[in-house]
Design a protein. Structure first.
Length: 213
């Protein structure tokens, strides 16, 4: 498909742009209170909550609450905010996709989990980095083609001006590539570790149905 594009906006309604097959990324530049950002950033890595669940919004919220209660956020206002935010983002994802069953994962990551640029092998995925550097992506109008891998990553790393980054705590809704769609999907990857910086990340991913690709 030619004419793939990205939509960016300051309100959550921008995520509905991802319903258009040519829109490979809908990016919600949302504003989070400074106190929330500071609280997330100050937590010890081993105290961050994490879970992996397949189900509807009610099941996801229950799993998020249980994970938060096992973490350093147990019983805190920050923990309640995070639980509510995760449930709200899952509701938004369900509203965009029209589905009720989701695969939701909140992961504490201290490495470049997906180091190569790649296109997801699923129709759509929501991603929010609550803490640490956000996901890197490549605009669809660049001359770089393909579904990613080491060679594509090397080409992009030699031209860093082509690499963009989702701001921390903003919401990205990526399109992938599947046999039943003409969408080219969006090339993206985990940010590489930066020497001397805090590379500990807390990342939420939401997709429809089965396993992550």
């Amino acid at each position: 498909m030619s004419g793939a594009y990205v939509r960016v906006g300051p309100r959550g309604s921008i995520l509905f742009a991802a319903r258009e097959e040519a829109c490979v990324l809908a990016l919600w530049h949302r504003q989070i209170a400074d106190c929330v950002a500071r609280e997330l950033d100050r937590l010890a890595f081993d105290g961050l909550p994490a879970f992996d669940v397949l189900g509807g919004v009610v099941s996801v919220r229950a799993e998020a609450r249980a994970a938060i209660d096992r973490s350093a956020l147990a019983g805190s206002a920050m923990g309640r905010w995070l639980e509510s935010d995760i449930a709200g983002l899952c509701c938004r994802y369900a509203a965009v996709t029209g589905g009720g069953r989701m695969h939701v994962r909140l992961a504490a990551i201290d490495d470049d989990a997906c180091r190569y640029f790649h296109v997801d092998r699923l129709s759509m995925r929501l991603l929010c980095t609550y803490r640490g550097p956000g996901t890197q992506w490549v605009a669809p109008e660049t001359s770089v083609r393909g579904t990613g891998g080491p060679e594509v990553t090397s080409v992009l790393e030699a031209a860093p001006h082509l690499i963009r980054q989702v701001p921390t705590r903003s919401i990205a809704l990526f399109r992938g590539r599947t046999p039943d769609t003409q969408s080219p999907g969006l090339l993206h990857r985990s940010p590489p570790p930066a020497q001397g910086n805090d590379n500990h990340r807390l990342v939420l991913t939401v997709s429809t149905g089965g396993a992550f690709a």
